[in-house]
Design a protein around this ligand. Structure first.
Ligand SMILES: [Ca+2]
Ligand SMILES: [Ca+2]
Ligand SMILES: [Ca+2]
Length: 251
C-alpha cells in the first residue's frame, strides 16, 4: 500500500515543482538581457583596467627618480634639501646637537642636509626640466611635469574592422603643502592630540618650495565607447628625505 500512498501525494509535489520551475524560468528570462549587458561592460572594464595599470606603472617609474635636480649628482648620496615654504619643524635643526639633521632622524641615520662634499646649502629647485635638459633627459621627479604620451588599445576586432581607443597619460608635478591644515604634527602626549588633515586637491606652484612633491597622472580615454570615456587620476607623494646608502651583504 506504500506505493499507492506515495502516488497519491506525488502530483501535489509535482505541481509545486512546476510552479517553481515556471518562476525560475521567468526570472532567468527577465535577467538575460542584463547579464549580456554586464558581460559587455566587463570587457570594457578589463580594457580600462589595462589603461589604469599602464598609468600606475608610469607613476611608479616617475616616483623612482631623484626627488629634485639638486639630488641628481650621482657622485653623492641625495641630501635633504632646504625649502622656502615648508613647515619649520621639518627644517634642519642644529640645536639638537646633530648638524645636518631634522627632528625625527635616528641619531645613527644617514639622512642629512649636508652632502658628502660638505655642501650644506642645497635647495629644492623650480619644477620642470632644468637647464640644458629636454624631453628624454629626465633625471628628477618634477622633470616629468607637463609630459604626456598616448597609447592605443584595441576595443573590438572582427575580420572586417578594428576599433581602437586612444588613451592619453598626462603627468603633473607640484609642490604640495607640508603644513597640516589644522594644528601641528601629532604629539601623542599632548592633552588634545591634533591630527593631520590634508586635502589631496591642494597644490601650490613652482616658486615656494615645500618638502612634498605631488605627482598626478591623469588618464584620458578618447573613444566612441562611452564606457571608456573616463577621466581617471592617480596621485602619489614623494618627500624630501634624502637617500640612504644600501649596504650590500656578501653571502
Ligand atoms: Ca632634471
Ligand atoms: Ca640634470
Ligand atoms: Ca627638475
Amino acid at each position: 500500500m506504500a506505493g499507492i500512498h506515495v502516488s497519491s501525494k506525488r502530483p501535489a509535489i509535482a505541481m509545486i515543482e512546476l510552479i517553481f520551475a515556471i518562476v525560475v524560468i521567468g526570472i532567468a528570462l527577465m535577467s538575460a538581457p542584463n547579464l549580456i549587458r554586464t558581460s559587455t561592460k566587463s570587457g570594457y572594464v578589463a580594457i580600462q583596467q589595462e589603461a589604469i595599470n599602464e598609468a600606475a606603472s608610469h607613476l611608479n617609474m616617475v616616483i623612482g627618480y631623484h626627488w629634485d635636480e639638486n639630488d641628481t649628482d650621482d657622485r653623492y648620496l641625495d641630501p635633504i634639501l632646504h625649502v622656502s615654504n615648508g613647515d619649520w619643524q621639518l627644517d634642519e635643526n642644529k640645536s639638537i646637537g646633530y648638524s645636518g639633521r631634522r627632528y625625527g632622524t635616528p641619531t645613527r641615520g644617514a639622512r642629512t642636509f649636508i652632502r658628502a662634499d660638505g655642501n650644506d646649502s642645497l635647495t629644492a629647485s623650480s619644477l620642470g626640466l632644468d637647464a640644458g635638459e629636454t624631453r628624454g633627459d629626465e633625471d628628477d621627479i618634477d622633470d616629468f611635469d607637463g609630459s604626456s604620451y598616448s597609447l592605443e588599445q584595441v576595443v573590438n576586432a572582427t575580420a572586417d574592422y578594428v576599433e581602437k581607443s586612444t588613451v592619453t597619460i598626462n603627468t603633473t608635478v607640484r609642490y604640495y603643502p607640508d603644513i597640516p591644515d589644522a594644528g601641528t604634527y601629532i604629539n601623542p602626549n599632548a592633552a588634545t592630540p591634533r591630527t593631520l588633515e590634508f586635502d589631496f586637491n591642494d597644490s601650490i606652484s613652482a616658486a615656494p618650495t615645500t618638502n612634498i612633491k605631488k605627482i598626478e597622472v591623469t588618464l584620458i580615454s578618447t573613444s566612441g565607447v562611452s564606457e571608456l570615456q573616463k577621466n581617471i587620476k592617480l596621485r602619489a607623494f614623494s618627500c624630501n628625505i634624502g637617500a640612504v646608502e644600501l649596504k650590500e651583504r656578501d653571502f
